[in-house]
Design a protein around this ligand. Structure first.
Ligand code: IMP
Length: 446
């Protein structure tokens, strides 16, 4: 992972590279930037903001550090580099420090390092690390830089300059601050549940099985009912019916499509979990493969459980067609291809329920037209809040149409208990959708 670091100090770059071995450290000197803040964190922020402006969409980092000596009221503090005046002269700084501490008994001191990060979304994070110790009576050692020959960390009897780089990094202020910074970067990189919910646009997912249920409903009201034995199964077996497995396969294929789309756009998309670094490319590829596998498994399991029925519903054929439609949509971004994906769900649902007839195909064409037109209309919604609202309404209408289809079914067949799980699924889907829209607005961003 690439990390731009605001410094020209090669010692710091070396230390940072040692402490963060998995990162590609790119130094960027924030030339001309005045470190005018009264504290380390303020100065780190000034520096990181200067370079973040040059590297949008990347992780950027700056640190500001210094030595604080108790007997000197916290000096040299933010002026550590220029303690003996400008330009920076390390030997002069050390000599001045020793001079100012002549005859002083309490030589307690600490190094402080503030790290400021700007994440690929432009959000700022700050952390601090400290290392406590004391100032030696005379310099010794050749490792490190700056005040290292004079600073003896607590628990040791020799200064930083006599410790190996690894020994210093394990206890140093910079080592500690960077360990915290890495937690932020990796924490974001690994992403939490939220990152995965965003990747799978969780708010929109429940509408996918809805397509399949609409197809099943259309089939059951137009001849599928008699032909389909699945409504006559017991309660638990009903949940093993091909319709549920078709719905599962559709959901997994849709999830595959979303990851595939984000992988394709990883270099150009903004505010998505992969370019944000919240989900790594490897994890995304693994997720895409897992979704494809799970979809295949659903189709296979559905066929296995349905036995004779499955051979007639030919769901796997629809799954394959769906993969082609999804990949084509991601590649060509044609509005009518999105409609085709969703219409295929309807046909698959009808097939799983046992009847693909002309009325089912009619429903699929209407579904295709509606979703295609909404997709066409939604172009440019990001920059137009009014359009975004109406697209939200039109997309919401799909869910109501799905529920409507289920309610119609229940009314048409009041005695068919098998409708109930469909209705419950629809209601849960709608409730989940509404709740998620309210609770997780970022998840719905597409
Ligand atoms: P800056 O963080 O580049 O503004 O400069 C910090 C200054 O504090 C350095 O030039 C050093 O004089 C001192 N300093 C910061 N960290 C260390 C360290 O690990 N060892 C020795 N001196 C340090």
């Amino acid at each position: 992972m690439r990390l731009f670091v605001a410094t020209h100090n090669r010692h710091k770059i070396r230390e940072i590279s040692q402490i963060l071995p998995g990162f590609e450290i790119v130094a960027d000197d924030p030339v001309g930037v005045e470190e005018t803040a009264p504290d380390f964190t303020g100065n780190a922020l000034i520096k990181v903001r200067a370079i973040a402006a040059r590297h949008p969409g990347e992780w950027c980092m700056a640190d500001d550090s210094g030595l604080e000596v108790k007997a000197l009221g916290g000096a040299p503090g933010v002026r550590s580099a220029r303690y003996a005046g400008e330009p920076t002269d390390t030997a002069a700084n050390n000599a001045l420090l020793l001079k100012n501490l002549e005859g002083v008994e309490d030589r307690t001191a600490n190094f402080t390092c503030a790290v400021a990060l700007v994440d690929p979304n432009g959000r700022e994070h700050t952390v601090e690390g400290r290392c406590y110790g004391r100032i030696a009576l005379a310099p010794s050692g050749a490792e490190g830089f700056g005040y290292d020959p004079l600073f003896i960390p607590d628990g040791r009897d020799k200064p930083f300059a006599e410790l190996s780089p690894d020994e210093k990094n394990a206890i140093s202020h910079r080592g500690r601050a960077l360990a915290e910074a890495v937690k932020i970067i990796r924490g974001k990189k690994r992403g939490g549940v939220m990152a995965w919910l965003r990747l799978f646009r969780a708010v929109n997912l429940p509408t996918v099985p809805g397509d399949v249920f609409v197809g099943a409903a259309a089939a059951l009201t137009t001849g599928g009912l008699a032909a389909s034995p699945w409504l006559d199964l017991g309660w638990s077996a009903r949940f093993l019916s091909p319709v549920w497995w078709a719905a599962g396969a559709s959901v997994f294929l849709y999830m595959f499509g979303l990851v595939h789309n984000d992988i394709r756009g990883a270099a150009t998309d903004k505010d998505r979990p992969i370019p944000d670094g919240e989900i790594s490319m490897d994890a995304a590829l693994a997720a895409a493969t897992a979704c494809l596998g799970a979809a295949g498994l659903c189709a296979w399991a559905g066929g296995l459980l349905a036995g004779g029925l499955w051979s007639s519903v030919s769901w796997p054929r629809y799954a394959l067609l769906l993969v082609v439609a999804i990949v084509s949509y991601n590649r060509f971004k044609q509005w009518w291809m999105m409609g085709a994906c969703r219409a295929l769900n309807v046909v698959a649902g009808a097939a799983a329920a046992g009847a693909v007839n002309s009325r089912v195909l009619c429903a699929a064409v209407i579904w295709w037209a509606y979703i295609s037109l909404v997709t066409l209309y939604s172009d440019g919604e990001e920059s137009d809040p009014a359009k975004k609202r109406s697209v939200g309404f039109l997309v919401g209408a799909i869910v109501y149409l799905q529920l409507g289809a289920l309610v119609m079914l229940a009314l048409a067949y009041p005695n068919v208990s098998g409708i109930r799980p469909l209705l419950i699924a629809g209601a849960v889907m709608l409730a989940a959708l509404r709740l998620m829209k309210q609770l997780l607005p970022r998840v719905s961003a597409s």
